[in-house]
Write a protein that binds this ligand. Structure first.
Ligand code: B12
Ligand code: SF4
Length: 498
């Protein structure tokens, strides 16, 4: 039985709403609670904060005070004393019910509630009755307009903005409002938005979401990284590798910082081995790669432009050779998947020594081509968005039952988190084995510890020295890499651990 304490399962209860005078010009930004999957690591929820709220917090006019509350940090219900004049809530489908509860509570106390985020864009009609105003699209453009209308008493029910503007004009996210001690690193960076792909299951393919690939200046990103005084940053871009020439320029700007970072990229980033080397030299210690499937027919159904699955192993090796760990992300339940997909995928992950892997039951997000297809084929089992969390089967798979898909998902996580699997995936280089094992056990088999650290706000205190150590070891590795003339030499030199 997996460990899942109540605070990881159930949102904090809200005290009775007593209407009181609101504090004028106080805005509270809330990231609502969502239940955690006991099969995966609790650590990922406090790895780094989402930029949904801090990105537009930076555009708050000076005469407004802005505060931040993330219910997932287990510090209880969001504050209501004083009652904020405005409450901004980010809404995703999995926690929309909680967002509606919070909105009702604050509205009863007299606050104006503004909703933004992915679910507002895909299901505005559902969201509208629960909020005073909806922000459809880019909050950075909309937030100052919304606050100014609140001041003037002319708040509109809907505000809309696309993502087609010049991204370099956006201010840096306001990270100073984050409770630093509660995250492994508060340096979530975003350098680009969009992606050169539009996979049919991805939220980027949502109707009405126009997000061309846009890039911030490499020097802007390097400055943000330097200023936030953390040894490690996580890029939360959809795909940092969509424009190889841009990624190369970014690496050149990051390299002198002597810090470490990780990012999501598609596997075609390995088309050019010299780019992978640049990433290693610039401090990239890990990539999150959406392999999605090891079956080409599934990839073409999803309309993903990607190298053939048979070439994935070679590409993983190239990343490893440059000191870059691979967190492979796989979607389970595609139409060409049958009951052996779980064992096949696990065997591949072990054979190729992926340090980490993330699994998702295929989930048709509303507004996407996949959702339309499933709905047209009558395969959706329900529209309870709470279960659209990629840990539940919400549609009827083709070659197995929904129950078998869920059981396979649980099985593959149990298998990959087992002692035998962790050992099988140890790096080939013996010098990297001890740090790899330490980090794997801390990350994959320590949910009790994570719960303790999160509850007591100790995540940053405990992890920062480990991350700093990793950075120092990586600097040593980089010097070896610099001296190695050829790219793609066999044998991983180092495993960075985060
Ligand atoms: C960081 C992150 C996480 C973090 C933190 C999540 C959190 N809610 O706190 C962690 C690692 C914990 C996580 C977990 C999961 N995540 Co996640 N995550 C992301 C990621 C990489 C970045 C989010 C971000 O910062 N974006 C950048 C900001 C600036 O963009 P934005 O959120 O859209 O916000 C803008 C607007 O929407 C708007 N806005 C947003 N909120 C508000 C509020 C107001 C008031 C206003 C005015 C405007 C506004 O303004 C912002 C600026 O323009 C995104 C992918 C991505 N790049 O967006 C996936 C993503 C959000 N995650 C996703 C998923 C599926 C999950 C998981 C379910 C996966 C899993 N099985 O574990 C879990 C569960 C979490 C949950 N139930 O929500 C999906 C969601 C798909 C969907 N349609 O809902 C995404 C889009 C990834 C993907 N490609 O599929 N995630
Ligand atoms: S490659 Fe990844 S980010 Fe890009 S569209 Fe496909 S799933 Fe979405």
């Amino acid at each position: 039985m997996s460990y899942l304490p109540r605070p990881m399962r159930v949102a904090p209860s809200l005290p009775p709403a007593v209407p009181r005078p609101v504090r004028p010009r106080l805005a509270l930004l809330v990231n609502p609670f969502y239940p955690k999957d006991p099969h995966a690591s609790f650590g990922k929820h406090v790895l780094t904060p989402s930029l949904a709220l801090t990105s537009f917090a930076a555009t708050t006019p000076e005469h407004w005070e802005v505060r931040y509350w993330d219910e997932n940090l287990l510090m209880g219900a969001p504050p209501a004393d004083p009652v904020p004049e405005v409450v901004g809530i980010s809404v995703h489908l999995t926690f929309s019910k909680r967002a509606y509860e919070l909105a009702r509570w604050y509205r009863q106390m007299g606050s104006k509630v503004i909703f933004g985020g992915l679910h507002v864009l895909s299901c505005p009609e559902e969201c509208a009755p629960h909020a005073d105003a909806l922000a459809l699209g880019d909050g950075v453009q909309l937030w100052p307009r919304i606050l100014s209308d609140v001041e003037a008493g002319t708040l509109q029910p809907r505000y809309a903005a696309t993502y087609e503007n010049d991204y370099r004009q956006d201010p840096a996210p306001r990270r100073s409002i984050l409770p630093r001690g509660h995250f492994l690193t508060t340096t979530s960076l975003i350098a680009t938005r969009g992606c050169h792909n539009r996979c049919g299951f991805c939220y980027l393919a949502t109707d009405g979401l126009r997000m061309p690939y846009r890039m911030r200046g490499p020097e802007q990103i390097a400055r943000e990284f330097a200023e936030n005084d953390e040894p490690y940053a996580v890029f939360i871009d959809n795909n940092l590798g969509s424009r190889p020439d841009y990624l190369r320029a970014l690496c050149q700007a990051l390299r002198p910082l002597e810090k470490i970072w990780s990012a999501a990229v598609s596997i075609d980033v390995t088309d050019d081995p010299s780019l992978v080397r640049e990433m290693g030299l610039a401090g990239c210690t890990g990539v999150f790669v959406g392999f999605e499937s090891l079956t080409d027919a599934n990839l073409s159904d999803a309309r993903k432009k990607t190298p053939k699955a048979a070439d994935y192993a070679r590409r993983v090796r190239l990343l490893h050779d440059n000191g870059i760990q691979v967190n492979g992300s796989f979607v389970l339940g595609f139409d060409h998947d049958d009951r052996d997909v779980f064992a096949r995928t696990a065997a591949w992950v072990e054979e190729n020594r992926l340090e980490c892997s993330t699994f998702h039951i295929m989930t048709p997000y509303p507004g996407t081509p996949l959702f339309r297809q499933m709905e047209a084929e009558g395969r959706l089992l329900h529209k309870d968005w709470t279960l659209y969390d990629t840990a539940h089967a919400v549609f009827r798979p083709k070659h197995m039952t929904a129950e078998e898909l869920e059981a396979g998902y649980e099985w593959i996580y149990r298998r990959l988190f087992s002692h035998a699997s962790i050992w099988a995936r140890r790096p080939e280089d013996w010098r990297a084995v001890a740090p790899y094992l330490g980090m794997s056990y801390l990350y994959k088999r320590s949910n009790r510890l994570w719960h303790f650290l999160i509850r007591h706000g100790l995540v940053h205190t405990v992890w920062r020295p480990l991350v700093e150590l990793t950075r120092l070891r990586h600097l040593r590795f980089r010097r070896e890499l610099e001296q190695r003339a050829d790219v793609g030499q066999v044998g991983s030199l180092f495993s960075a651990g985060v």
